[in-house]
Design a protein around this ligand. Sequence first.
Ligand code: DGL
Length: 274
Amino acid sequence: MQRNPGPDSPIGIFDSGVGGLTVVRAVREALPHERIIYFGDTARVPYGPKSQVTIRRYAEDDTWVLMRHQPKMVIVACNTVSALALDVVAHCADPLPVEGVLEAGAALAVERTRNRRIGVIGTQATVCSNAYPSAINRLDQGVEVFSRACPLLVPLAEEGMVEHEATRLIAKEYLLPLVDEGIDTLVLGCTHYPILRSVIEETVGSAVAIIDSAEAVAMRAAEKLGRTGMLSGRRETAPPHLMVSDLPQKFGSLYRIFMDSEMPDVELVEASAS
Ligand code: DGL
């Protein structure tokens, strides 16, 4: 496999499903001239309720799908993989730079909090891994972290139930206990959650700052590519090259809703280590 990417090579991004599109959107905003290849492992979503062994195997497969396209950087647009398998991705992608959403989200939360009480919501696997509290406390030991797994939010996002009453009800159930803890900052520790951002904001109220790890990782990627002279010199913008492991049509429709753009071509690929 060729491993000599240049500035005009694409940025590879992956997630279990549509959640990573929130990262694609943020990267496109930060770096409009970059080519993006995106893989959503829609055949195996959700990752959050699965074991560490399984998530690590999926992470390896996902990275190989991107590596076939010779990217210059890999962005793990999945907090679950960032929490449990970032080393697997780094190993497969070596020597390419790898950015995970988790460290970026944790750093931004520490920067924003005023009362040092941070709420974190994520998948079961992310919350059980304790990766967010560890990352936050590595930056500031005095911060108190209140975590909550929100497993029902991923299927609601995958179904596009963005403004639905059921989403409001479930958001209240998950989020109000965190508000009662007096948090002033809430980390959306799963890339599917920004899709439901308006309901989440409405539930926690305007006194709580929302941290979108997608925006945070896009800023980091831009900074790293700039620092290493790997920013694209292109002037045109192109739609991302989208790949999924199942149901490309459904993915295309969700893409149109979330990205507010034309329905793109979506390629069906097999996710397996090569
Ligand atoms: N969007 C992913 C995350 O950030 C995974 C959600 C899932 O597949 O359970 O954790």
